[in-house]
Design a protein around this ligand. Structure first.
Ligand code: IPE
Ligand code: IPE
Ligand code: MG
Length: 246
């Protein structure tokens, strides 16, 4: 059964977001320390990115590090940051070869300076690539993002640049870090957890949620295909009745 052939390319989600979860449990299953799981998660990142780009998905957002993840043991946080620097450096050529633009959302200025620098360099180098945009959510949380937007708009209102009465969905979205990207239509979370963990709360208002028990390091192209096929078999009603859609 060729999963890829079952995908309707006319009905592809433009934007897919992924909560990459389960690295620690994967490592435990293999009798290794948690960072071993993170290292093995890189292959899943590569496969998912490649598969999405090959299909023609325009935006892929990956939740890589939440603001809450700083609460993990310092050794794990440090190892994750080191892995991030190494991965960006190693994968830059692949991004260029595949015409993929790298972007980030989250308070990246608070990342260790080495990460911040490496990330910004890769963003700059890939900025004219057009096939797909890969957005890394790093030191990201949705509540942080929504608060930042509220602060920005409040300051503008105070300065008379924005009329508070005119703040609608579009104005609010223009203050979010995702302002240049469409909302994700499909949100995938691995590892069997069925929660959002402070990810894209505003943007997923009408996303289709897809949960799989698979642990992130085991996620491969065919698993992305499966999620997309599942997505394509759903009826997205946006408040209407089923009859109204036909
Ligand atoms: C996801 O895997 C990666 C990050 C949050 C950085 P976890 O590290 O959360 O793995 P589990 O959930 O403990 O298995
Ligand atoms: C969500 O995973 C964050 C990332 C995948 C980066 P967590 O493993 O941190 O989520 P919780 O704590 O189980 O909700
Ligand atoms: Mg987790």
């Amino acid at each position: 059964m060729d999963l890829k052939a079952q995908i309707n390319l006319e009905k592809l989600p433009q934007h897919i977001a992924v909560i990459m979860d389960g690295n620690g449990r994967w490592a435990k299953q293999h009798g290794k320390i948690r960072i071993f799981g993170h290292r093995n998660g890189v292959k899943a990142v590569r496969e998912t990115t490649e598969a999405a780009a090959e299909l023609g998905v325009k935006y892929l957002t990956l939740y890589a590090f939440s603001t809450e993840n700083w609460a993990r043991p310092a050794s794990e946080v440090n190892a994750l940051m080191t892995l991030l620097v190494g991965t960006i450096r190693k994968e830059l050529k692949t991004l260029m070869d595949n015409n993929i633009r790298l972007k980030a959302i989250g308070d990246i200025s608070k990342l260790p300076s080495k990460c911040f620098k490496e990330l910004n360099e890769a963003i700059e180098i890939t900025k004219n690539n057009q096939r797909m945009t890969l957005v890394l959510a790093l030191n990201y949380s949705a509540r942080w993002e929504i608060l930042e937007a509220a602060k920005t708009l409040a300051a503008k209102a105070k300065d008379g640049e924005v009329d508070p009465e005119k703040i609608d969905v579009d104005v609010f979205e223009s203050a979010l870090s995702t302002k240049d990207y469409p909302d994700p239509e499909l949100l995938i979370r691995t590892s069997g957890e069925t929660r959002i963990s402070n990810f894209l709360l505003w943007q997923i208002a009408y996303a289709e949620l897809y949960f799989t028990p698979l642990l992130w390091p085991d996620f491969r192209k065919e698993h992305l295909y499966k999620a997309i096929i599942d997505f394509q078999n759903r009826e997205r009603r946006f408040g209407k009745t089923s009859e109204q859609l036909t």
